[in-house]
Structure formats: structure tokens, C-alpha cells
Design a protein around this ligand. Structure first.
Ligand code: SF4
Length: 163
């Protein structure tokens, strides 16, 4: 995200919180696709009513690390293989995934977020389980790129299945 975009997003979030009278801290980061935003690789979302409620109450900030990393929507699915991320056609998208994770961490720090509720199994947002990297539909033990970074920064991560 360039400086201008970041400035606009920041101001929009601040204005929203002001309108809702929400204190500018202790917010929860949530996967935008759980909030009903069509940001998934297939252009769809995975709405979770509990997450949508948190956003509507002004308690949660929906973000999509893959979009913030500069990837398009829709986009080709990608999976982690060891420390890298590859699209189904073999293109390495590790840099975009890492960039998006850093942008989410910036937002989380700005709002002093201590918690995140993120989409299970995703190569960015998955916590504890991710797809195996072979596009086989099998899950293995592991964390998504964003989740690794958030945990490293002492942000507690839950999946939508845990709330
Ligand atoms: S990166 Fe996270 S928020 Fe974005 S579509 Fe994937 S799971 Fe949802």
C-alpha cells in the first residue's frame, strides 16, 4: 500500500470510530472475508455472524492481508510450502504475502490490538492448520504468513471456529 492509500484508510477508520464513539484502542483485527467482504481468492467471502457483529459494534477492524500485499481479487489460489508461498501455477507470491502481513501488523499496532480473529486454514490467516502446499485439500500443522507475524508480536490469534 502506498503512503496515500495508507493515509486514506487510516483517516477512514479513525472517522468511523469517532462517529461510533469507540475508544481508539483495544480493537480486534478480523479477517475481512469473515466480515462478509468479498476479498477471497475466488471473489467471495466466508461470513461469520459473530465477526460481523463485532465489526458493526465498532469493536473490530476487517483487513485482508492478501489484498494489502497487492494481490488482485479474484486471484489464483496460493498455498505455503515451507517458508514460501506459491500460486497454483507455481508463481512465488511470498513477497506479496509478507508485505500484506506487515501492513496488517501496522494497523494492529496503531490500534493497540491484542487479539485477532482470523479465517481458518488460509495461507495468510490460518492458525494452527494450513493447507499442505500441494493443492490437495489436505491440512497440515502450521500457521499462515500473517498469523506467524502477529504471534511473534504477541497478538493472540483465534480462528472463527474458536469464538
Ligand atoms: S487473506 Fe485472510 S482476510 Fe484475505 S481472503 Fe484470505 S483469509 Fe480472508
Amino acid at each position: 500500500m502506498n503512503c496515500m492509500n495508507w493515509f486514506v484508510v487510516k483517516s477512514e477508520i479513525k472517522n468511523h470510530l469517532k462517529e461510533k464513539n469507540v475508544p481508539f484502542n483495544n480493537m480486534i483485527i478480523v479477517s475481512a472475508c469473515l466480515a462478509g467482504i468479498n476479498c477471497k481468492w475466488n471473489g467471495k467471502s466466508s461470513p461469520c455472524s459473530k465477526v460481523i457483529k463485532l465489526v458493526k459494534k465498532g469493536k473490530a477492524i476487517p483487513v485482508c492481508a492478501e489484498q494489502l500485499g497487492g494481490l488482485t481479487t479474484p486471484r489464483m489460489p496460493a498455498e505455503q510450502r515451507k517458508v514460501k508461498v506459491f500460486r497454483k501455477d507455481g508463481v512465488d507470491v511470498t513477497a506479496e504475502f509478507k508485505k500484506g502481513a506487515k501492513e496488517v501488523l501496522n494497523i494492529a499496532k496503531m490500534y493497540k490490538c491484542k487479539k485477532a480473529i482470523l479465517k481458518s486454514n488460509s495461507p495468510s490467516c490460518g492458525s494452527g492448520k494450513i493447507y499442505d502446499g500441494a493443492f490437495s485439500g489436505k491440512l497440515i500443522v502450521g500457521d499462515g504468513v500473517l498469523v506467524k507475524l502477529l504471534k511473534k508480536n504477541n497478538i493472540k490469534v483465534y480462528t472463527e471456529e474458536e469464538i
